[in-house]
Design a protein around this ligand. Structure first.
Ligand code: GUN
Length: 288
C-alpha cells in the first residue's frame, strides 16, 4: 500500500508559491494579502487558523487576521465588508463552522466573489458545475492534486464520497465528475440518510471520507486494490488526532491511502494559499 504523502507534496507546492510571491515582491513591490476571519474560540478552529497563518507567512504572504466575538454576528458582517474593500487584501476566508445559530449562507454571500479564497461563495460554487470554473475550494483541489501527483487515474473510475458538506463532499463530487482533466469519474455521494453505505463503499475504486466520525470505516469494507482518501480530522479523548478510516489492516487491502495527519490536511492549506496567489495575480493583471 502506497502512502499518499500530502505533507511532502504540499511542501513542494509551498516552495513554488514562495518563489512566485518573491517574484511579485520584486516586480510590483507588493505581496499578496490573505485575510482570515474567525468568530468564537473553539480550539479546533484555532488550530486550523494558526496553521494557515504560519504557512502563509512562511511563503511571504501578508496576513490580516481578525478573531471576533461569538456573540456579535453583525461585527463579522462588518469585517467581511471591510475586507471586501481593503486594498491590500487579495483573498480572504471566513473560518467555518460559525457559532451555532448564525446564518452561514448569508455571511458567505457577502464575500466579494473576486476575493473568495475558499471558493464558498454561491457564484463560485455554482461555477464549479459549469466545467469552466477557475477557483476550486481548497480541500477538493488538494485531493485532486494529490491523486494527480501520485498518478492515480480518476477518469472512468467509480469514486464514492461519504459526506455532502459545502466544504468537501458537494464541491468534490462536481470536480471529480466534471468534464475536464482530473474529472470524468462516476461519482456516488453518500450521506447520513444513505441506508447501508457499505453497499456502495465495497464497489468503490476510490473512496473519500469527510464525515468527521473517528474510525467510521474499516479495512474489510473496501474492495481489494482500492484507494482511500481520509479527510477526517477527529480528536480522540486523549488528544490524539485520527481520521474517519480505521488504519488497522488497511495495508492488506488498499493500493493507496492518505494518512491522518499528513495526508489531505496540508494539501488544503497549500491550495488555499495557491488560490490567494491566483486571486492576487488576477487583480494585478486586471489593473494593467
Ligand atoms: N473549516 C474546515 N475546513 C475549512 C476550510 O477549508 N475553509 C474554511 N473557511 N473553514 C473550514
Amino acid at each position: 500500500m502506497k502512502r499518499l504523502d500530502g505533507k511532502r507534496f504540499a511542501g513542494i507546492i509551498l516552495n513554488d508559491l514562495a518563489r512566485r510571491v518573491e517574484h511579485w515582491r520584486q516586480i510590483k513591490g507588493r505581496v499578496p494579502g490573505l485575510g482570515i476571519l474567525r468568530a468564537g474560540d473553539d480550539p479546533a478552529g484555532r488550530m486550523y487558523v494558526e496553521n494557515k497563518i504560519k504557512r502563509a507567512e512562511q511563503i511571504g504572504l501578508k496576513v490580516f487576521y481578525r478573531n471576533l466575538s461569538e456573540n456579535d454576528e453583525q461585527a463579522l458582517v462588518r469585517a467581511v465588508e471591510d475586507f471586501n474593500g481593503h486594498p491590500d487584501i487579495d483573498g480572504f476566508i471566513v473560518q467555518l463552522p460559525l457559532p451555532a445559530g448564525w446564518n452561514t449562507r448569508s455571511i458567505l454571500e457577502k464575500i466579494d466573489p473576486a476575493k473568495d479564497a475558499d471558493g464558498f461563495h454561491p457564484l463560485n460554487l455554482g461555477r464549479l458545475l459549469t466545467d469552466d470554473f477557475d477557483l476550486m475550494p481548497a480541500t477538493p483541489a488538494g485531493i485532486s492534486e494529490l491523486l494527480r501527483h501520485y498518478k492515480i487515474p480518476v477518469a472512468g473510475k467509480h469514486v464514492v464520497i461519504a459526506g455532502r458538506s459545502r466544504i468537501v463532499g458537494r464541491p468534490l463530487a462536481a470536480v471529480l465528475a466534471g468534464r475536464h482533466p482530473g474529472g470524468n469519474a462516476t461519482v456516488t455521494l453518500l450521506h447520513s440518510h444513505t441506508p447501508e453505505p457499505e453497499e456502495y463503499i465495497h464497489r468503490a475504486d476510490i473512496f473519500v471520507s469527510a464525515v468527521g466520525i473517528p474510525h467510521r470505516w474499516k479495512a474489510e469494507m473496501f474492495k481489494p486494490g482500492a484507494v482511500a482518501v481520509d479527510v477526517g480530522i477527529n480528536t480522540l479523548p486523549g488528544g490524539k488526532i485520527t481520521g474517519d478510516i480505521d488504519p488497522q489492516g488497511l495495508e492488506k487491502v488498499l493500493s493507496a491511502y492518505t494518512p491522518v495527519p499528513g495526508g489531505v490536511g496540508p494539501m488544503t492549506v497549500a491550495m488555499l494559499l495557491r488560490n490567494t496567489l491566483y486571486l492576487f495575480e488576477k487583480r494585478v493583471a486586471g489593473k494593467e
